[in-house]
Design a protein around this ligand. Structure first.
Ligand code: ATP
Length: 361
């Protein structure tokens, strides 16, 4: 496979702090790859090493087959957009966008053509003579994007580019960036701590924690098949039932919780009998039935429970239910027939299939 960018065992230490710990990563041409993780997990440091603003303590960065680990930022052919726009305040829009071209000694007519072209691309034609202070936040961000795209970089790096914008504008720019990326077939490496942003924009997401990649997968892969407890907890919402593995077969694993409830789950990680593990179940994967209903036979996990709390969230009801042995679960049920939900205090059955929950560590 021909990768556009590869990180091989890249580590960055700042004194005692290991900001990035042995990260290896391959990015395909035209891919939208996001680094997602909590604050301090090493996302920006990783991006800065790709850009050339930081040099790795160890490891190698390859652009196609070229080792760029210590190459200066302006010799990498990589564009970059930051959260705080970083437009030059004393320069017009034209001069801001032309800047990278002037640095590269591009001819004047060529510059004018290219600036016009990218301004149309970001839907701001005719804005050449304005100054940054005469633009809204969203417009400034689009100019920053135009400036990063004008020298046709092979890779575009974006660090929380929408962080300073209000929600509505962020939602709009999210789609605009994605469309632009697809039509230009440009490779984007994007940093955010906003999971919704990551899930809607990315082809693949690297979930980072403590400087390491916890899982690298498609949005669906991360949500449906988290590889560990951190990812199951970080992406979306999960119930966790802690216990010990008491049995396994070809389909999955049986975990007995500390309260004595047995749950059959699919393997999320390699575990064997005797290991401590947790079962992760998404609230929307749990079905809720009336006390007298017959539960479908494929739902091998089936328990009597009582409704402790009902939360109406419009399209769904969220129930907090308590199983006989004191275990509580959150259940999200689509609001198919308004007024036909369950009430607080009611006895119910909650049930789910083996493949709807995962045994993880
Ligand atoms: P955020 O979402 O808050 O921006 P991040 O995931 O981008 O966080 P980094 O900025 O890469 O995280 O930081 C990773 C770790 O490295 C943190 O513990 C941070 O304090 C530390 N760090 C980053 N830059 C430096 C530096 N120049 N000197 C010392 N420590 C640093």
């Amino acid at each position: 496979m021909n990768y556009q960018l590869s990180l091989r065992d890249v580590t960055k230490k700042f004194g005692e702090v290991t900001a990035v710990d042995s990260v290896s990563l391959d990015v395909k041409k035209g891919e939208f790859l996001t680094l997602l993780g909590p604050s301090g997990s090493g996302k920006t440091t990783t991006l800065n090493m790709i850009a050339g603003f930081e040099v790795p303590t160890s490891g190698t960065i390859l652009l196609k087959d070229r080792d760029i680990t210590t190459v200066a930022p302006n010799n990498r052919g990589i564009g970059m957009v930051f959260q705080n726009y970083a437009l030059f305040p004393h320069m017009t829009v034209f001069d801001n966008i032309a800047f990278p071209l002037k640095m590269r000694k591009v001819a004047r007519e060529e510059i004018t053509k290219k600036v016009q072209y990218v301004l149309e691309m970001v839907q701001l034609p005719g804005f050449e003579r304005r100054y940054p202070y005469q633009l809204s936040g969203g417009q400034q961000q689009r100019i920053a994007l135009a400036r990063a795209l004008v020298f046709e970089p092979e890779i575009l790096l974006m660090d929380e580019p929408l962080g300073a914008l209000d929600k509505k504008l962020r939602d709009h720019m999210k789609l605009e960036i994605k469309h632009l990326q697809q039509s230009l077939e440009i490779t984007v490496i994007y940093v955010t701590h906003d999971q919704e942003e990551a899930l809607t924009m990315s082809d693949r997401i690297a979930i980072m924690n403590y400087g390491r990649i916890m899982q690298l997968d498609t949005p669906v892969g991360l949500y449906e098949s988290p590889a560990n407890l951190f990812v199951a907890d970080f992406i979306g919402e999960s119930n966790f039932l802690e216990g010990k593995v008491i049995d396994t077969d070809s389909e999955g694993v049986c975990i007995e919780t500390n309260q004595g409830i047995k749950v059959w789950a699919e393997f999320g990680t390699r575990i064997s009998v005797g290991d401590e593990a947790s079962v992760a179940i998404r609230p929307e994967k749990v079905s809720i039935f009336a006390d007298e209903d017959t539960v479908p036979s494929e739902m091998v996990n089936s328990y009597r429970a009582r409704v402790d709390e009902v939360i109406y969230v419009g399209d769904a009801n969220v129930y907090k239910v308590r199983l006989n042995k004191g275990v509580t679960l959150k259940v999200k049920a689509q609001n198919v027939r308004p007024g036909k939900g369950f009430n607080k205090g009611e006895g119910v059955i909650v049930a789910w299939q083996l493949r709807q929950c995962r045994a993880l560590r």
